[in-house]
Write a protein that binds this ligand. Structure first.
Ligand code: CAA
Length: 248
């Protein structure tokens, strides 16, 4: 059987990049989606991976735009093939206390982190249901589950992501398509490096494991959820947070 095709949005970012590697190592043909302004970074990333023995496709698309997401998906389908796995990983932060938050900071996070789930998933879900197999994994956050000082925008978008997961999971369950959420805690990436050092130290001190997670620790779970054998897991949320927030 030909390799299944996976699109990872935010594929050249901290967690996204590890997800691309995990899926490639599991035999998927992986397309790393990237933000159009990061073309040079994406090409450098692709080249670096090739020198390390992994061939990836890359695809440009602004996931906050429906039209751009549509173009990206169409281009992938014609150049690489139909998309069997979608990992919605693209995301940004614009941290500000609510009293200081400007409408642009609210909108940027809601469109990039939440509208994107509609914009990109809408392009691929019909193909998955028609072919009778698909995997959709939405990367949310511990801060969608418990809120975070300075992140009303991000927490709202990430909480919304799991609502999206649970609703879509019901609509496609009979068609061999699963939809799940992963909620990482604080993972060592550029995004968490941007938090002021003292604030970051306070946060890490609250983590029972007393450390940040690694992107690979998130990617491993994505790999499992995309496996054929994970076909009965749907509408679920998985925490990868070192014990920072526990729920069931
Ligand atoms: N709880 C209660 N009060 C707090 C607080 C907290 N956690 N943190 C700060 N405060 C208080 C301060 O003591 C200060 O009080 P006074 O005004 O009485 O002195 C006040 O709030 C400061 O308010 P400001 O509006 O001036 O805030 P600031 O500009 O100093 O900082 C911020 C705002 C930059 C958003 C900062 O709060 C921050 O960095 N928060 C952490 C945000 C965070 O965790 N982001 C995660 C990014 S990574 C990610 O998102 C990935 C993922 O999924 C986990």
């Amino acid at each position: 059987m030909a390799a299944r095709i996976a699109l990872v949005t935010g594929g050249i970012g901290g967690i996204g990049s590890a997800i691309c590697l995990e899926l490639a190592d599991r035999g998927f043909k992986v397309v790393a989606g990237y933000y159009p302004a990061e073309k040079d970074l994406a090409e450098a990333w692709q080249k670096k991976q090739a020198t390390e023995g992994r061939e990836f496709e890359i695809a440009s698309g602004d996931v906050s735009s429906f039209e751009d997401s549509q173009k990206m998906a169409q281009e992938i389908v014609s150049r690489v093939g139909p998309i069997d796995v979608l990992v919605n990983c693209a995301g940004i932060t614009r941290d500000k206390t609510f009293k200081k938050m400007e409408p642009e900071q609210w909108r940027a996070v809601i469109t990039t982190n939440l509208d994107s789930l509609f914009n990109v998933t809408r392009q691929v879900v019909d193909g998955m249901t028609e072919r009778g197999w698909g995997r959709i994994v939405n990367i949310s956050s511990v801060n969608g589950q418990r809120g975070q000082f300075g992140q009303t925008n991000y927490s709202a978008a990430k909480a919304g992501a799991h609502g999206f997961t649970m609703a879509l999971a019901q609509e496609v369950a009979r068609k061999g398509v699963t939809v799940n959420t992963i909620s990482p805690g604080y993972i060592a990436t550029e995004m968490t490096q941007a938090i002021a050092e003292d604030v970051r130290a306070q946060i890490v001190a609250q983590v029972p494991m007393a450390r940040m997670g690694t992107p690979e620790e998130v990617a491993y779970l994505v790999g499992i959820l995309c496996d054929d054998r994970a076909g009965y897991i749907t509408g679920a949320n998985y925490e990868v947070n070192g014990g920072l927030f526990m729920s069931f």
